[in-house]
Design a protein around this ligand. Structure first.
Ligand code: GRF
Length: 183
């Protein structure tokens, strides 16, 4: 069994898509959903009967990551999928789990890194945006790319562009993670 954790901070739509993919693949298990703050994603995971943990980020990143490390070992995780997790993991934590943490980002990296990728793309004059799945390294949104899909701005308003990006995310993240962890 390939045991994965998923970390969220918000709505959790990628969490739902990933959970659905994991449940259909008997090689995988989802022993733990993590969050840095109370959020809809965590509530949904609880309703699903998944094991959830609220990491103690209010005490600072050190205590939160120590708890994450403890859980990683206790649950025997092989990997962690960041799904709208709005915290930057420290370099030592990332290095200790090199090549085992993935992230999804709503831009064609390396364009528009950071927390405001959709707004930054929309404010730009670029005609083509997109989304990326990448390996997490200490450089924010800077790790090796595993998959990208582009989306033309033309024909969209800001809202429909964002909605389409999310739909593409839900289709791209799990197959990419699945292939990565079974390679
Ligand atoms: C997604 O757009 C993802 O790319 C970004 O944060 C957003 C999370 O959305 N990292 P959700 O919580 O999965 O709905």
């Amino acid at each position: 069994m390939i045991r994965l954790g998923i970390a969220v901070s918000g709505r959790g739509s990628n969490l739902k898509a990933l959970t659905s993919g994991i449940r259909k693949d008997s090689r995988f298990d989802l022993p733990l959903v993590l969050a840095d703050q109370p959020c809809a994603g965590l509530e949904w995971a609880k309703e699903q009967g998944l094991k959830t943990t609220l990491l103690p980020y209010e005490q600072g990143r050190g205590p939160a990551e120590r708890e994450l490390e403890r859980l990683w070992q206790a649950e025997g995780l092989q990997g962690l999928l960041l799904a709208g997790f709005m915290r930057v993991l420290s370099a030592p934590f990332v290095q200790a789990h090199e090549g085992r943490i993935l992230n999804i980002h709503p831009s064609l990296l390396p364009r528009f890194k950071g927390a405001h990728a959709l707004d930054d793309f929309w404010a730009s004059d670029e005609s083509r945006g997109g989304l990326s799945v990448h390996i997490v390294t200490p450089e924010l949104d800077g790790g090796p790319l595993l998959a990208q899909e582009s989306l033309r701005r033309e024909g969209h308003d800001r809202e429909s562009y964002e909605q389409t990006i999310h739909e593409l995310e839900h289709r791209l993240y799990w197959p990419t993670a699945q292939a990565f962890f079974t390679r």
